[in-house]
Unconditional design. Structure first.
Length: 208
């Protein structure tokens, strides 16, 4: 009797594990299908950073331009002007306040960063993250290796497209980014993802 009970318990455990794996796979497939329709994305954004005590410690606004695969332009206009460009090979961070350009390998820059899923079609990249569908419009993404700066990313959709991002960083701060004037799947010039160094700016090239 005990042996039979143990056998039944074991089979139940395996069954629950399989169901759980299927749910996780379905959640990932659902998010991937949503993002696969997003060949390009342009919007204004407002950002609010909240610390562990619930206090707002930073606010910013600007414009975002994305295109698949692996291209991003993130322009912060307030409070300080900066531009981050990912061209598929390198990430360029142009800081107009300190007059400096920092260049990194894109592969290194996005390592263990769930934001990479916004523009990546690579199955191998997707397998590095765990995805949970919270409700019909929200998905939570965490890196399987928990050593990145972003611990969790929540993507929210509305009216057929990406509406906001919420990021929890390694210091416990939460960054809420809301998009406005959204444009989906418009033609975007390749010039949007081409970085140029302004005259007189110092360049810190960290690519190896």
């Amino acid at each position: 009797m005990i042996t039979k009970l143990q056998s039944m318990t074991g089979r139940l455990g395996v069954l629950l594990m399989l169901i759980s794996c299927n749910v996780v796979a379905d959640d990932a497939s659902a998010l991937k299908a949503r993002l696969a329709t997003l060949e390009s994305f342009q919007a204004g954004f407002s950002q609010q950073v909240i610390d562990e005590q619930g206090e707002t410690v930073h606010q910013a606004s600007g414009k975002i331009t994305m295109a698949r695969p692996n291209q991003l332009r993130w322009e912060t206009q307030l409070p300080d002007e900066t531009v981050l460009i990912a061209d598929g090979e390198s990430v360029w961070h142009i800081d107009y306040w300190v007059e400096q350009v920092t260049v990194m390998s894109q592969q290194q820059a996005v390592e263990n960063n769930p934001m990479v899923l916004l523009t990546s079609n690579d199955d191998a990249v997707w397998q590095q993250y765990s995805i949970e569908q919270l409700d019909e419009q929200r998905f939570n993404v965490t890196a399987n290796k928990g050593n990145g700066q972003i611990k969790a990313l929540t993507l929210s959709f509305a009216d057929g497209g990406l509406a906001s991002l919420t990021m929890l960083d390694s210091q416990g701060q939460q960054s809420v980014i809301e998009f406005s004037q959204r444009q989906f799947n418009q033609t975007i010039s390749s010039e949007a993802f081409r970085a140029t160094t302004p005259d007189g700016f110092m360049v810190d090239d960290q690519r190896s």
